[in-house]
Design a protein around this ligand. Structure first.
Ligand SMILES: Nc1ncnc2c1ncn2[C@@H]1O[C@H](COP(=O)(O)OP(=O)(O)O)[C@@H](O)[C@H]1O
Ligand SMILES: [Mg+2]
Length: 238
């Protein structure tokens, strides 16, 4: 039967891939509110996932757990390392080399040029100045940002978000996290930035986890979950 054959193909393909992110039995409360009530999530290299869910359901907190910025009960493994066992400099070092993050409003340094914003992330992880600037310029070019020596604040919203994606990618992360990355963009930019973002897992082999309110953005993901009432429910593929 067709589906069985394609299932087998998918299983074979998945078996050879590494796990980029694994959340196991994640539990977390804020005050008397249970935010995560035993969450499990596995994301493979080259795979994309979207998390939707009501405001305040804990989506951003979930990304903070994957970054090791919020410590929850249970296990968080990123690129094979249980980050709950790391602390201080080792955790920061692991995050810097394996995870990239894109925020809703870019969170770039507005006075710096796009190349400087992106190169800075490479410089902070020990890349030489020359290489950092060359790689930043090349990556921005690939992602469709004009490489001019103008402040990032003068770019369009779409270009700023592409710059934020370049900054997240410059250290070749295994895991790319994005928290409502298209939430501040107009429709045309939303579409083109979402297309670019969801092309990255296949192009670069990273896993992509996107939090979004936009069903059209989520529809691009290989898998989609809804976070509500402390649990993740996978949505059937449409
Ligand atoms: N540092 C914090 N201190 C207190 N409450 C917090 C903190 N971070 C998040 N919360 C609360 O946890 C809940 C989930 O927040 P968040 O993860 O930002 O939700 P979402 O991203 O789904 O909108 C919200 O009720 C929020 O007010
Ligand atoms: Mg949020």
């Amino acid at each position: 039967m067709e589906p069985a054959i394609s299932d087998t193909r998918a299983a074979r393909r998945n078996a050879s891939r590494t796990v980029a992110l694994e959340l196991a039995s994640l539990r977390h409360s804020i005050g008397d509110r249970v935010l995560f009530d035993g969450l499990d999530l596995t994301l493979l290299a080259g795979e994309s996932a979207a998390i939707m869910g009501p405001s305040g359901s804990g989506k951003s907190t979930l990304l903070s757990c994957a970054l090791g910025l919020v410590k929850a009960d249970g296990a968080v493994r990123v690129a094979g390392t249980d980050i709950g066992r790391l602390s201080g400099r080792r955790l920061a070092e692991h995050r810097r080399t394996t995870v990239g993050v894109v925020f809703q409003f870019g969170e770039l340094l507005p006075e710096l040029s796009p190349v400087e914003n992106v190169a800075l992330a490479a410089l902070l992880s020990g890349t030489s100045r020359r290489t950092a600037y060359a790689e930043a310029a090349a990556l921005l070019g690939e992602l469709g940002v004009p490489v001019a020596d103008t402040p990032t604040s003068s770019l369009s919203g779409g270009e700023r978000q592409r710059t934020a994606v370049a900054r997240a990618l410059i250290n070749s992360p295994s895991l790319l996290l994005a928290d409502e990355p298209t939430g501040a963009l107009d429709e045309a930019n939303r579409e083109s930035v979402a297309d670019m973002l969801f092309s990255l897992p296949e192009q670069r082999g990273c896993a992509l986890l996107v939090v979004t309110h936009d069903p059209q953005v989520a529809a691009r993901a290989d898998r989609t979950w809804t976070l509500s009432g402390g649990v993740l429910t996978e949505r059937a593929a449409s």
